[in-house]
Ligand binder design. Sequence first.
Ligand SMILES: CC(C)(COP(=O)(O)OP(=O)(O)OC[C@H]1O[C@@H](n2cnc3c(N)ncnc32)[C@H](O)[C@@H]1OP(=O)(O)O)[C@@H](O)C(=O)NCCC(=O)NCCS
Length: 89
Amino acid sequence: MAVIPEFQRKGIGGQLLYRSVIVLGHVDYYPGFGFVPAEKWSIRSPYEVPANVFMALELVPDGLENVSGLVKYPEFRRPDRPGHLSTGP
Ligand SMILES: CC(C)(COP(=O)(O)OP(=O)(O)OC[C@H]1O[C@@H](n2cnc3c(N)ncnc32)[C@H](O)[C@@H]1OP(=O)(O)O)[C@@H](O)C(=O)NCCC(=O)NCCS
């Protein structure tokens, strides 16, 4: 992790540190590690998937307190097919 020197000591580093994990994944796997449906925090998937496969885990107590809304995965989007998961080149 790095913050451009002239922007350091402004709290940016602290905001970049992970306080939670959100996954779109297998319902038989992630709950075993404590993940629960992200709808608990009104956190929504950008994709039309069953609620029980979109899950979240707080890494610190109340790590998702006051967090809600639509998750965006810009790195997965194909410019020619907005909203679609990229499946390869
Ligand atoms: C480490 C780094 C990412 C911190 O980013 P940042 O945005 O400046 O951090 P924050 O503003 O969230 O700092 C929060 C607190 O962390 C501590 N802190 C931040 N930078 C520190 C430093 N260089 N040395 C000691 N403590 C530091 C301070 O307590 C700070 O609170 P303060 O502003 O009241 O002093 C940034 O200094 C950086 O990019 N450094 C160069 C790259 C690097 O060393 N990365 C880590 C290698 S894994």
